[in-house]
Ligand binder design. Structure first.
Ligand code: MG
Length: 325
């Protein structure tokens, strides 16, 4: 008899404007995770009278935590049709593995009352010392960030780095992936972040501007390239791509996360949400052309600086690739 395996199924619910992550465990002797179902009436994905929704596994990861495997799923209706909440399906249709993405996921750790970690006793000293800082006065939650980094690597997700961010209790990690799996990996990395922080009694806040005033918001700068950009680029190729994305700026913003107007103000290394611009090395632009790309004779990548920390990566990559192909 084969051994019993513990699969943790992970999926996105029907909440708006951004989905939340849900998970539940199935034990089975099956060597691969089978299709499964859940109560969609509890996740805003179905009515109570016809509540079954289906979970279709799309990627399986080694689980560094309790379960043996993490199973990223997409949701179908009880009639085996693509569920309206399934943003992955649209991305998968147009994505190929020649498209590479590097997401810079920023977020805040929070106490149970919702205040950022380190803000229990009131407003901390102004920004300045916290970015890539060291020392108990300057950093909060490092042990969680490090446990998360290790867990993602153990799961086979390419986290390429992490750093303390500009505000106290704020962090970033960079998550690299190819094709639609880049979106799967980012969602699973978020799942692991929530789960590991939960073990520390700490929350995670993905809102793009949890603290108003002179505090940086959280974004998810999205670096991207395709084969031509990496190996056969030119100034014209890169600027024409920026122009194309600029022509559909409003559509992009609609796909790049809610409440992003609170973050894209023109301050704190952002371009104003109502304007579009691009520039070499320009962190005040909507899209930055990295110096790396210039120094490699216009072979490299672009950085879309508009996506918010709470954005759905499937929507981001579908917008970029849909616009440029
Ligand atoms: Mg950052």
């Amino acid at each position: 008899m084969s051994e019993t395996k513990i699969y943790e199924y992970v999926w996105l619910d029907g909440y708006q404007p951004e989905p939340s992550i849900r998970s539940k465990i199935k034990t089975t002797t099956d060597d691969t995770p089978p299709e499964w179902s859940f109560d969609g009436s509890s996740t805003q994905q179905a009515e109570g009278a016809s509540s079954d929704c289906l979970l279709l596994p799309v990627n399986t990861y080694d689980c560094p935590l309790f379960a043996d495997y993490l199973v990223m799923c997409q949701v179908e209706t009880g009639e085996h049709e693509t569920h309206p909440s399934n943003t992955r399906a649209a991305a998968e249709k147009i994505l190929s593995d020649e498209w590479w993405f590097g997401f810079e996921q920023e977020y805040f750790f929070t106490n149970k009352d919702g205040s950022p970690l380190g803000w229990e006793d009131g407003t901390p000293r102004p920004q300045g010392d916290y970015y890539c800082g060291v020392g108990a006065d300057n950093v909060q939650g490092r042990e969680i960030s490090e446990a998360h980094l290790e867990a993602c690597i153990d799961a086979g997700i390419e986290l390429t780095g992490t750093n303390a961010e500009v505000a106290l209790g704020q962090w970033e990690y960079q998550c690299f992936g190819k094709g639609v799996k880049a979106g799967d990996d980012l969602w699973i990395s978020r799942y692991l972040l929530y789960k590991i922080a939960e073990d520390f009694g700490v929350g995670v806040n993905l809102h793009p501007k949890p603290k108003s005033g002179d505090w940086n918001g959280s974004g998810m700068h999205t670096n991207f390239s395709n084969e031509e950009m990496r190996t056969n680029g030119s100034e014209n190729l890169f600027t024409s791509m920026c122009e194309k994305l600029g022509e559909v700026h409003e559509e992009g913003i609609a796909n790049y996360g809610s409440d992003n107007d609170q973050r894209l103000t023109g301050l704190h290394e952002t371009q104003n949400i109502s304007e579009f611009s691009y520039g070499i090395s320009d962190r005040g632009a909507s899209i930055r052309i990295p110096i790396y790309t210039l120094e490699h004779d216009w072979n490299g990548y672009l950085e879309d600086r508009r996506p918010a920390s709470n954005a759905d990566p499937y929507k981001i990559i579908a917008h970029i690739v849909g616009t440029l192909t």
